[in-house]
Design a protein around this ligand. Structure first.
Ligand SMILES: NC(=O)C1=CN([C@@H]2O[C@H](COP(=O)(O)OP(=O)(O)OC[C@H]3O[C@@H](n4cnc5c(N)ncnc54)[C@H](OP(=O)(O)O)[C@@H]3O)[C@@H](O)[C@H]2O)C=CC1
Ligand SMILES: Nc1nc(=O)c2c([nH]1)NC[C@@H]1CN(c3ccc(C(=O)N[C@@H](CCC(=O)O)C(=O)O)cc3)C=[N+]21
Ligand SMILES: [Mg+2]
Length: 293
């Protein structure tokens, strides 16, 4: 048996086209151009990939892109000042501060300073709390991307045994919240989980967000399960160049799974598409416009 490969690249392209159409309608009917500000402090390889792809796709969707690249030695006070200026700038509808930040900056203080209405990452405690309590929220992009990809296989996720490996605030916890809202029975595994392979083997829907290259082996996957691989890990290839791999051993898992996302071309492109969708939605709400039915 060989798994169906879930084509995140194609699904993300479709979602970006929908967002572009929404942006065009907003411009035509209200003269509003959504604007997304991205702040990058220092150099982080994962963030560099993300920023490169995103700047181009923001402009392709018809939005304004504002990039702020700051030196790695930038003080926390200077970064908070920039965030406050972006909060007050009416041309900026979405703000994303790339994580991780240099060690001398407290990420919680930065996220807490972002206006929740412009928090298109969905990382502010107000948005996390609204998601957890079932209120409308700006929802983290990668978790939403995971759910959209899972729904390609199971349009209704109700009743599935879902196992999420990883409990970070940016991926593991919010993806678990979204799957709970979709009526899955959700287990969250982490570095202190006993017999993690056995826990994974229970999953009809397995979401891997660990940050450990190819940790999840073929034998951890229940036959026929749907596997969503969030991991983005750069590893050295045989010839000395860098290669991108997920948190799942893809060549093994595809022999067992019913469906699986590839890396690259799976969750990564969905993250950017959902970021653009959040930016459009945030813009509409800031102007008192409801999303069209
Ligand atoms: N595709 C995309 O768009 C995105 C991809 N990513 C990628 O997703 C991955 C996860 O990111 P992120 O959530 O930020 O990572 P974090 O490092 O913040 O969290 C990793 C989680 O995995 C758990 N973990 C670590 N080792 C093990 C283990 N041996 N067994 C079980 N659980 C373990 C940790 O547990 P504990 O809490 O106990 O330490 C932690 O909860 C990374 O590869 C990252 O690059 C991230 C964001 C977007
Ligand atoms: N505030 C903040 N929000 C984030 O959402 C955030 C962040 N900081 N810091 C870094 C991580 C990582 N991340 C990625 C998103 C898309 C791809 C992506 O587009 N990947 C493509 C291309 C990869 C390639 O070609 O190298 C793919 O998987 O196919 C990668 C990584 C978002 N993150
Ligand atoms: Mg994200």
């Amino acid at each position: 048996m060989s798994a169906r490969i879930i084509d995140g690249k194609a699904i993300a392209a479709g979602l970006r086209a929908e967002v572009a159409a929404g942006v065009a309608r907003l411009k035509e009917s209200h003269g509003i151009t959504p604007g997304l500000a991205v702040v990058l402090v220092g150099e982080d390889p994962a963030s560099a990939v993300y920023v490169r792809n995103k700047g181009r796709q923001t402009v392709e969707a018809g939005m304004a892109s504002f990039e702020h690249r700051l030196d790695a030695s930038t003080s926390q006070a200077a970064l908070l000042d920039l965030v406050r200026r972006l909060n007050d700038d009416p041309a900026v509808n979405g703000i994303l501060v790339q994580l991780p930040l240099p060690g001398h900056i407290d990420p919680a203080a930065v996220i807490d300073t972002i206006d929740p209405a412009k928090d298109v990452d969905g990382f502010h405690v107000v948005n996390a709390g609204r998601l957890a309590t079932g209120l409308p929220a700006l929802v983290p992009c990668t978790p939403v991307g995971c759910v959209i990809l899972a729904k390609q296989v199971h349009p209704d996720l109700t009743g599935l045994e879902a196992v999420v490996v990883g409990r970070s605030n940016i991926v593991g916890k919010p993806v678990a919240q979204l799957l709970l809202a979709e009526n899955c029975t959700v287990t969250i595994a982490h570095s202190r989980t006993r017999a993690v392979a056995d826990v994974c083997r229970r999953a009809d829907l397995l979401v891997a967000a660990v940050g450990r290259p190819e940790m999840i082996r073929g034998g951890w996957v229940k036959p026929g399960a749907t596997v969503i691989d969030v991991g983005i890990n750069r590893v050295a290839a045989g010839d000395g160049t860098a290669r991108l791999v997920g948190d799942v051993a893809f060549d093994e898992a595809r022999q067992v799974a019913g469906a699986i996302t590839p890396v690259p071309g799976g969750v990564g492109p969905m993250t950017i598409a959902c970021l653009l969708r959040n930016t459009l939605e945030a813009t509409r709400r800031q102007h008192g416009l409801e999303a069209p039915g």
